[in-house]
Each structure stands twice: as structure tokens, then as C-alpha cells.
Design a protein around this ligand. Structure first.
Ligand SMILES: C[S@@+](CC[C@H](N)C(=O)[O-])C[C@H]1O[C@@H](n2cnc3c(N)ncnc32)[C@H](O)[C@@H]1O
Length: 389
């Protein structure tokens, strides 16, 4: 089920200009004319590398650090939390779920997995939870501690600084686990495993996990202009052939906003995860798809997006990150195709998508896309590999 529209509304448009949870690709204008004439100008005017020290490795960055260290470090900075909090679709949905369903929280013990600033813990405390354990491994835990104190919830919320997988919880069981664990393409960052770990260790029988359902979808888009700008760009960069980078750029899914008018086919449900019941291994899967063209057009990319729902509420509540819904900071995930497919209305791209945690770097996601089109104007069959990193 694709939720038709995001349930939360906010009076301002602050969430329409999201940055990313991590540095990623941004649309810039690239002008490739007059290159030769501007050589001198670019050498003098564009240089911002006056300080050579900028290029030297910083000792404090530590050569031994793993990608996990960098991941947790990024959550120590307030900027990433500001972006998430300002995503009103996201944060207001959680707020509505908690405030409008206080029957779920009244006198209950809650575990907030990855509490960040402590916002979800504060919502739960306000909704009448007996006690909330807010677990956060980044340095933002210190801020959460202060925020809890300043807002007068120190007797209800206990902030625990550390990894969920390593901390000791002062209680044997909790009634509710709440978490905002979703990454780009739903599974990037792999925080879902942390939620499942907490569920299996501490959740009481018949306890509630919020959200408890997440679904991944796929559709196909026309995207000539942007594919040209992102992929073909490497063919001629200030007059130089850098096409060897093209292969890499094809392999990295692009996190960006897709206009709904670009959608050419139906949207296909790939996978629904029941967070209350699933096994950790279920986050790796292979799903077949059939994308039927709703008009004659070209296809340049497949686009993935997700929705989440909270089915234990009075009213089914959730939000979608799809191109037809209000924008969120997750945007959509664009997977460019090697070839441009010419498709006629009613014809179908059929195939399968396999998704798995990267073995070396479990926060990365490996994607294998197999697809074929047997149409009047285009017949082809291909396998492509991508990595979210
Ligand atoms: C997407 S943010 C959500 C923050 C907050 N709950 C909110 O809704 O604004 C996820 C948070 O979980 C933390 N986190 C991720 N993995 C964790 C783990 N294994 N143990 C503890 N915290 C973790 C991150 O540092 C980050 O602050």
C-alpha cells in the first residue's frame, strides 16, 4: 500500500529545501562553453586553496578509524539533527503518532533507539510514559541529557550514552521500542539491525515497535536532462576526457528529488517489512517487479522510495517518501540505466531487484538490478550493479 499523501502538515515550507544526512550529490549548473578563453581567469579567480594545510591529512582524523566511526561522528554535529527535526513530514508524524495515541504510552516503559536530541523521548514522556530510556551513541547524547533536564523531564527520561548493542539497560524489559532508523533507500546506514537487536533483547511479549511496517517501492522515470548532467558530464570536463569516472557514477545511486511528472510507469511494491516480526536477515532480499508504461516515453532510470506506517494507532498513520508525496529529507533514490529505453504505453519492464548489506562495510547497501524490455521499439536485457555508500 502506498500512502497517498503524507499525513502531517506544517504551516511553513521549511522542509522543502533539505540538505542530506551526509554529503551527497547536489545539482550545480555546469557551463562547458568558452573554456579556453577562461584559463587565466579560472586560475586566479577560482582558486580557494591559498592555505596548503587544507590538503594535508589531519592527524585527528586518525588513520585507524572505521566508517562506523565517521558515521557516528556525523550524528555528533547539530546540523544533521536540525535537518531531521525540520523535516516536518517525519517529525510531525512521530509527534502525531505519540500524542494522538497516548493510550499506547500511558504508564509504559519506552526504549528510544538512537535518540539523537531526545525529541522522540520527550514526545513519549509528554504522552504519559512511565519511563523512557533514550539510547544515543554519538556525542549528541550529552546535549540530549541537557535538553531533558532543561525541559523538566529528568525524572522520566534516562539518557544512556553508548551503542545499543553495548549498553546495559537498567530494566530487563520494555513495553515499547520507538526509533527513527530509516536511511536513504530505506536500508542505507543499516540501523534497522540495531532496532531488531533491541527488540529481541528487551521487548516484552506483545510489546509494540514504532513504526512497525516499512515498504520499498520502485518506479521508472524519464530523466534525459539530469542523466546528461550527472553521467555524460564526465565525457568532457573542461575539455578533458574523464569518462573513466562515468562507470563509478553510474554505480552510485543518486539521492535526489524526482518530479512526479517524470514518472512513466506504475509504482511497484518490492518488499514490506514487518518490524515486529522480521528476522535481521530479511533486510536482504530479492524481489521481482513489473513496471508497465502509462504513456509512450523514454526511460532513463528506476527510482526507489519507501513508506513507513504505525499500524497500532487508532487510525493507520504513516508517511511516504514517494515523488507524489510531500518532500522529505530522504528524497528518492535514482538508479540510472546503462541504456535509454524507448517504451510504448502498455509495454512492461520486467525484472528483479536484489538488495543486500555490503559484506565489508555493513552500513553500505549492494543492489543488483536485472531487467528486460521486449517492446516494439526496444528489445534488451541487462544486469546492473549499484552500491549505496
Ligand atoms: C536518524 S537519527 C534519529 C534521531 C532522533 N531519534 C530523531 O528522531 O531526531 C538516528 C540516531 O541514532 C543513533 N544511532 C545509530 N546507531 C546507533 C546504535 N547502534 N546505538 C545507539 N545509537 C545509534 C545515531 O547516532 C543518530 O543520532
Amino acid at each position: 500500500m502506498d500512502l497517498p499523501e503524507n499525513i502531517s502538515s506544517s504551516d511553513n515550507d521549511m522542509n522543502n529545501n533539505f540538505q542530506h544526512r551526509r554529503p551527497t550529490k547536489t545539482r550545480f549548473e555546469y557551463e562547458d562553453d568558452d573554456q579556453d578563453e577562461t584559463i587565466e581567469e579560472t586560475a586566479t579567480e577560482s582558486s580557494n586553496l591559498e592555505d596548503d594545510a587544507m590538503c594535508e591529512p589531519d592527524e585527528s582524523m586518525g588513520g585507524d578509524r572505521t566508517s562506523a566511526d565517521y558515521y557516528f561522528d556525523s550524528y555528533s554535529h547539530f546540523g544533521i539533527h536540525e535537518e531531521m527535526l525540520k523535516d516536518a513530514v517525519r517529525t510531525k508524524t512521530y509527534q502525531n503518532v505519540i500524542y494522538k495515541n497516548s493510550f499506547l504510552f500511558k504508564d509504559k516503559i519506552v526504549l528510544d533507539v538512537g535518540a539523537g536530541t531526545g525529541i522522540l523521548s520527550l514526545f513519549c514522556a509528554k504522552a504519559g510514559a512511565k519511563h523512557v530510556y533514550a539510547v544515543e551513541c554519538s556525542h549528541m547524547a550529552d546535549m540530549a541529557q541537557e535538553i531533558v533536564k532543561v525541559n523538566g523531564f529528568s525524572n522520566v527520561i534516562t539518557v544512556l550514552k553508548g551503542k545499543v548493542e553495548e549498553i546495559e539497560l537498567p530494566v530487563a524489559q520494555v513495553d515499547i521500542i520507538i526509533s527513527e532508523w530509516m536511511g536513504y533507500f530505506l536500508l542505507f546506514e543499516n540501523m534497522l539491525n540495531t532496532v531488531l537487536y533491541a527488540r529481541d533483547k528487551w521487548l516484552v511479549n506483545n510489546g509494540v515497535v514504532l513504526p512497525d511496517k516499512a515498504s520499498l517501492y520502485l518506479t521508472a522515470i524519464e530523466d534525459a536532462e539530469y542523466k546528461e548532467d550527472k553521467i555524460e558530464f564526465w565525457n568532457n570536463v573542461y575539455g578533458f576526457d574523464m569518462s573513466c569516472i562515468k562507470k563509478q557514477s553510474m554505480m552510485e545511486p543518486l539521492v535526489d528529488t524526482v518530479d512526479q511528472n517524470q514518472i512513466v510507469t506504475n509504482c511497484q511494491l518490492l518488499k514490506t517489512m514487518n518490524i515486529s516480526k522480521m528476522a535481521p536477515g530479511d533486510a536482504s532480499f530479492m524481489a521481482p517487479f513489473k513496471l508497465v508504461a502509462e504513456r509512450d516515453d523514454y526511460i532513463h532510470a528506476l527510482v526507489a522510495y519507501f513508506d513507513v506506517s504505525f499500524t497500532k494507532c487508532h487510525k493507520l498513520t504513516g508517511f511516504s517518501t514517494g515523488p507524489r508525496s510531500r518532500a522529505t529529507h530522504w528524497k528518492q533514490t535514482v538508479l540510472y540505466l546503462e541504456d535509454v529505453l524507448t517504451i510504448c504505453q502498455g509495454e512492461a519492464i520486467v525484472g528483479s531487484m536484489s538488495v543486500a548489506q555490503n559484506k565489508k562495510n555493513p552500513r553500505d547497501v549492494d543492489i543488483m538490478l536485472k531487467y528486460s524490455l521486449n517492446g516494439r521499439r526496444c528489445v534488451l536485457s541487462r544486469t546492473q550493479y549499484y552500491r549505496m555508500r
